[in-house]
Design a protein around this ligand. Structure first.
Ligand SMILES: CC(C)(COP(=O)(O)OP(=O)(O)OC[C@H]1O[C@@H](n2cnc3c(N)ncnc32)[C@H](O)[C@@H]1OP(=O)(O)O)[C@@H](O)C(=O)NCCC(=O)NCCS
Length: 173
């Protein structure tokens, strides 16, 4: 397992020692537990496994005190990358760990010459939207009735918001 220690991060305002490793199949149980406990609309174990095992995808585990407490999965194309999922264990949210994962991704993207990050988020996921806005993501469009959610036993559709981050603006913040 290769651990990459981040020495320069905006976590400096919250001095915490973290590291990252590349997600692999052996992390699936921990990742699935975090996903199940911390996400309102969790992926299945199979969806996570498929994404982790897809050789095209980028996957990072965030390690704090020798434990995985969060992860990020992203799918790169030539000029952009789509964030597929990012989750921080609910006991560790609002401490700068989510931002640190995005910074780890951007560090990798800079080496690939990728200029923008895209993602899609449920309109009801207000905390995630606030998180992305705080990092400089902007809403670029709405995908009507893209998601299905369970509400009082009824399957209801909800919109997805597509957001975009220009990497150069993130670096300059
Ligand atoms: C979204 C998520 C990854 C953010 O991770 P995090 O580690 O809690 O976020 P950070 O601590 O790095 O937050 C950075 C900034 O984002 C904003 N932010 C994060 N969570 C927020 C919330 N719940 N409400 C309002 N703003 C929020 C704040 O500006 C925060 O800075 P501050 O704490 O100094 O005010 C985390 O809430 C999570 O795992 N949610 C469940 C899974 C999910 O919905 N993932 C997104 C799928 S699209």
């Amino acid at each position: 397992m290769k651990l990459v220690t981040i020495t320069k991060t905006k976590l400096t305002t919250k001095p915490i020692s973290i590291s990252f490793n590349h997600l692999s199949e052996k992390d699936i149980d921990t990742v699935f537990l975090i996903e199940s406990q911390s996400s309102k609309h969790p992926w299945t174990k199979n969806q996570l496994l498929e994404s982790i095992n897809n050789p095209v995808n980028l996957g990072y585990a965030l390690i704090y005190k020798s434990e995985i407490i969060g992860f990020l999965l992203a799918m790169p194309s030539i000029e952009s990358v789509d964030i597929l999922n990012i989750v921080i264990n609910s006991n560790y949210q609002r401490k700068g760990f989510g931002r640190a994962l995005i910074e780890r991704l951007i560090e990798a993207l800079l080496k690939r010459g990728v200029s923008e990050v895209l993602l899609e988020v449920r309109v009801s996921n207000v905390s995630a939207i606030e998180f992305y806005l705080s990092l400089g993501f902007k809403e670029i469009s709405v995908r009507k009735n893209y998601y299905t959610k369970n509400s009082n036993e009824l399957l209801v559709k909800e919109d997805g918001i597509i957001m975009r981050l220009e990497i150069s603006t993130f670096i300059n913040t």
